[in-house]
Design a protein. Structure first.
Length: 178
């Protein structure tokens, strides 16, 4: 049975990043070089192969910086929490968890005063505002850190899912918020 590589979210855009980078590899000595290389620096071989390579040190640096930014963003959020989640097979995604889902659970006025220090109608307005804010922040972070916005175009009964890049991110963002 298959599984979707990324988890989709109800109210938020899906931003993903592939952690593997395109490189060239020497078939004779196994040296890894950047994609512009035409000759191996080590042995001089001229027949380099293109392949994918996971640079764990570079990714660890990026991950720490991204998570540091997410901590700052999460401090300003009342209802949600944004995390960096690994894909099932490869890559990473921004994942938004609802700590208090006002769409799912109907808080009464007393509960809203207890949890959010405001009345029910104000809590719902703040909740909707926070969803729009998160979508804007995800788009900003995604652009800055090389994430791509994708949409799930098909989901099959065996669990497999197809993801395709969003052709018009502004229109998709407006649709996700609406």
């Amino acid at each position: 049975m298959s599984a979707a590589n990324y988890c989709t979210m109800k109210n938020f855009s899906l931003f993903v990043r592939d952690t593997d980078g395109e490189v060239k590899r020497c078939p004779e000595c196994g040296a890894i070089m950047d994609t512009e290389a035409t000759v191996c620096d080590i042995c001089g071989c001229e027949e380099l192969e293109e392949c994918c390579f996971f640079d764990d040190l570079a990714w660890e640096d990026d991950r720490c910086e991204i998570e540091r930014e997410l901590v700052d963003i999460n401090c300003d959020l009342m209802f949600h929490k944004i995390t960096l989640r690994s894909g099932y097979y490869s890559g990473v995604q921004f994942y938004v968890e609802a700590e208090h889902d006002l769409d799912e659970y109907d808080y009464d006025n007393d509960e809203c005063h207890y949890y959010f220090d405001c009345c029910r109608s104000v809590a719902h307005r703040k909740y909707e505002t926070e969803k729009r804010k998160i979508n804007r922040k995800l788009a900003e972070l995604g652009k800055r850190w090389g994430f791509q916005e994708v949409v799930c175009t098909a989901r099959f009964s065996n669990g497999e899912a197809w993801f395709e890049p969003v052709s018009n991110p502004r229109a998709r963002l407006k649709a996700a918020v609406a």
